[in-house]
Design a protein around this ligand. Structure first.
Ligand code: PM9
Length: 470
């Protein structure tokens, strides 16, 4: 293993190879389909990769959510599940793991991230209040809006530019946040919704300098800061790599420091924490915690299991510790960059620099002849599936949904197709296949015609919308 050696980055080339700090103990066969089978499966799925059956997928880069491979220790942990209705010992282990890794006082378990998003939105937003955030995330904004909040994007402009090489494209534009506070008044700001490695921007990190500045500004106005910690471990890696003063600190230390500038966090443990299901809400304020702990029994389950089995909490507690191992994070992000390097060599347009969990293809530059009204990123996901059975996900106009006030489509500047890499699941050879398929689709880009939406559900339409070929 070459765990302490640098990996290839957008800025530098490592001198030696890196390798995963694990070996494979159990395998699951993959199914290769024929072009005819894929054509049929995709039409059945309404040209939406979320509606495909996984049996019809070859390499599944839909998401890194709940798709990681658990370690032998996590699987062993499942056997230690204490399935008591109340007071399960696995809850106390999870509580201790969250306190020690993230540093918050009080923990409410939830079945996954959006369970925690629901709770924080219900307890911390009054109808009509603004919720400024560093770019929207689909489920986060949906819960904020369902609670009556009005999301306002305060991310820096570079985040909307796929070609900008800014090292911290997830940063908050402090002046923009300040202007919002001046315009609406601090009392009309529910809280700042800050996310690590901003998903919709391409997995782009937030700097420590930025979170400190957000904290200082919010302290002056008495505004709380809550963190989406879903991929904060990966964010800590980027701080260690790029921010002056942090090269000598561990990922665990950086994570604790970052969280210390916030008042609480919600978590989808299905990402960083290497479990197939699970999440939590953590808060420092005792009164707010009591409210959330009360509400969890309405929507998720008792406050010592929150919709999870005891064994799931045990696997999560172990996963939290494993997620902080330096060699693990280095190999995880190294693999994402490996795919990015292959695509860069093929001249395929994607979001720079490569982020933490995925390579985001730039469908605008891929298909310059398609307008957002014919869903270029959705089209690209469909074409990629047809070419090879590789499943990706749309992150453009479909994901952005409609403005609740006007009913019009949101037209995001970023029109992306996400190749999301599950943790500890695929090999570099799989990445080679993916890159070859993307290249093949790129070579035929002029023949793509786009899609028309034939069914649009009311909430989070990207999950269930159906399309047809134009
Ligand atoms: N993210 C993802 O694939 C899964 C569902 S949306 C396609 O990226 C953040 C930053 C997320 C996230 C889920 C959630 C919600 C919150 N914050 O999926 O409910 O990326 O566990 O978490 C997905 P849950």
């Amino acid at each position: 293993m070459t765990t302490n050696l640098p990996v290839t980055t957008g800025h530098q080339l490592g001198r030696r190879s890196w390798a995963e700090p694990w070996k494979i103990k159990m395998v699951e066969p993959l199914r290769v389909t024929s072009p005819d089978q894929r054509e049929h499966a995709l039409a059945e799925a309404g040209y939406n990769t979320f509606l495909l059956r996984s049996d019809d997928v070859y390499i599944d880069l839909l998401t890194d959510s709940g798709t990681s491979a658990m370690s032998d220790r996590q699987w062993a942990g499942l056997l230690l599940g204490d399935e008591s209705y109340a007071g399960s010992r696995n809850f106390y282990q999870l509580e201790e793991a969250v306190r020690s890794a993230y540093g918050y006082q009080h923990v409410v378990p939830t079945h996954q991230g959006r369970g925690a998003e629901h709770l924080i939105s219900q307890v911390a937003i009054r109808p009509g209040q603004y919720v400024p955030g560093n770019m929207y995330f689909t489920t986060t904004r949906a819960h904020q809006e369902l609670a009556g909040g009005v999301f306002e994007d305060v991310i820096i402009d570079e985040a909307h530019d796929p070609e900008s090489e800014h090292p911290f494209k997830g940063n908050v534009d402090i002046a923009r946040l300040e202007r919002l506070i001046a315009r609406e008044g601090a009392k009309n700001i529910a809280y700042v919704s800050l996310a690590g490695t901003v998903n919709m921007a391409g997995g782009q990190p937030v700097s420590m300098e930025c979170v400190r500045a957000v904290r200082a500004l919010c302290d002056r106005h008495g505004i709380r800061v809550f963190l989406d910690a879903t991929r904060m471990v990966e964010n800590a890696f980027f701080i260690q790599e790029r921010e002056p003063g942090y090269a000598g600190k561990t990922i665990a230390e950086i994570l604790r420091e970052f969280c210390s500038y916030t008042d609480g966090a919600w978590m989808s443990a299905k990402k960083d924490s290497l479990v197939n299901i699970g999440g939590w809400l953590a808060l420092n304020d005792r009164d707010l915690f009591e409210e959330a702990r009360n509400l969890v029994v309405v929507y998720e389950g008792l406050h010592t299991y929150g919709g999870l089995a005891g064994r799931d909490m045990q696997a999560m507690a172990i996963g939290i510790a494993e997620s902080l191992q330096e060699d693990h994070v280095r190999a995880r992000i190294g693999q994402v960059r490996y795919l990015g390097d292959l695509l860069a060599r093929a001249g395929v347009p994607f979001v720079r620099p490569v982020g933490g969990h995925a390579v985001f293809l730039d469908a605008r530059r891929f298909y310059p002849h398609l307008s957002q009204d014919v869903f270029p990123a959705q089209t690209l996901a469909a074409e990629l599936y047809l070419d090879s059975g590789v499943r990706s996900m749309e992150r453009g106009v479909v994901s952005a949904g409609r403005d609740p006030a006007t009913g019009e489509h949101h037209y995001p500047r970023l029109e992306l197709t996400r190749l999301t890499i599950p943790r500890r699941v695929y090999t570099q050879a799989h990445m080679d296949i993916v890159a070859e398929s993307v290249q093949a689709v790129y070579e035929q880009r002029e023949s793509a015609k786009g899609l028309v939406m034939t069914y649009e559900p009311r909430y989070l339409r990207f999950f269930q919308a159906r399309f047809d070929r134009l």
